[in-house]
Ligand binder design. Sequence first.
Ligand SMILES: Cc1cc2nc3c(=O)[nH]c(=O)nc-3n(C[C@H](O)[C@H](O)[C@H](O)COP(=O)(O)OP(=O)(O)OC[C@H]3O[C@@H](n4cnc5c(N)ncnc54)[C@H](O)[C@@H]3O)c2cc1C
Length: 369
Amino acid sequence: MPSYDLIVIGGGLVGGAIAWGAAAQGASVALLDEGDVAFRAARGNFGLVWVQSKGAGMPPYAHWTRRSAALWPDLAGRLATSTGVDVALEQPGGLAFCLSDQEFETRAATIQRMHNESGDIGTRMLDRTEVRAMVAGLGDRVVGAAFCPIDGHASPLFLLRGLHAGLHALHADYLPGRHVDRIDAAPHSFTVHVGPERFTTGKLVIAAGLGSRDLAPLVGLSMPVKPLQGQILVTERLAPFLHYATHVMRQTAEGTVMLGDSQEDVGFDVTTRVAVLRKIADRNMQVFPALKDAAIVRMWAALRVMSPDGFPIYEQSQRFPGAFSATCHSGVTLAGAHALALAPAILAGALPEDLAAFSAARFAPAASG
Ligand SMILES: Cc1cc2nc3c(=O)[nH]c(=O)nc-3n(C[C@H](O)[C@H](O)[C@H](O)COP(=O)(O)OP(=O)(O)OC[C@H]3O[C@@H](n4cnc5c(N)ncnc54)[C@H](O)[C@@H]3O)c2cc1C
């Protein structure tokens, strides 16, 4: 029976980053992934490495996000060196455009709140004139924007590919087409079942996205995640015009412009709807009127992995030490922290104190652990 230092269940961006980070520390690692039949947020997302609005009311999340953004260049560099995959990381700063005075005031209040709660990272509000000095071609409706100098973006698909290729380069086992259907658990000893196959490990991470909800209780954990649909449109390739990340629009390294993003509670439905797509297109054309001439070449819906309060869940099982939960709704943004901070902590056998706020005990204290 194959045996590993660490088995990670779920080969999306969260599981992939943790598995790669552990393998990079020298651990023997297997990444078990259900495959293309699953709902995969990692294959349908927007690609922002977004900091400015993350963690209002939850300072540990703000700090964790900022730490991840700082670790991202190291992750991208190491993946490029070891695999040749360029994940197209850029961190030029990010703009959140405001289309009314009310939007401007609401965003300014959020930025101020985050500044007071979690410290200054240089985020500031830009008025109508200032934002036009930074970005050409804005529509009349844009009254200003919030700008954060450490926001950025990357290609989420190249990131996923880079992590999987990185695992291969580190002689870790990426095992797709494996739906984990049973886990025999004892403290620091787990047997993972995939049909007739068995894998054993002393450390186990449940990072199976929306599949985590069913797997977590098998090792004494709670991951009450639910889907939240997001829809995205992609334009044809355009000449470079947008040199910043923005919260609802980004121009990729190839020139296409991704337009987002909706938030619909429609269960496990991944069909697109014209009304939602039209709303996304309308708002973005108000920001950049020239987009009305751009052809839309792709569109899709994908499911976010949402905890009840929208913040991550990281926890070690009290009943079965050695088993950990890991889920979040910003797996691109947090990839740096997952690979280079969370994975080493899991290998060392304990989560750091600054991750205590992410225990699922905050939802149902009696059900956790
Ligand atoms: C529309 C949209 C836009 C987004 N934009 C951004 C963004 O701009 N920036 C950002 O940081 N994040 C963004 N996200 C979120 C990001 O995509 C997710 O945080 C991330 O992909 C979650 O990764 P995951 O690994 O938890 O889940 P997933 O990618 O869903 O992967 C889970 C994996 O677990 C596997 N699995 C499930 N059950 C089992 C089982 N029983 N056995 C084995 N394997 C199993 C599945 O096969 C799947 O591959 C966006 C998401 C969406 C939907």
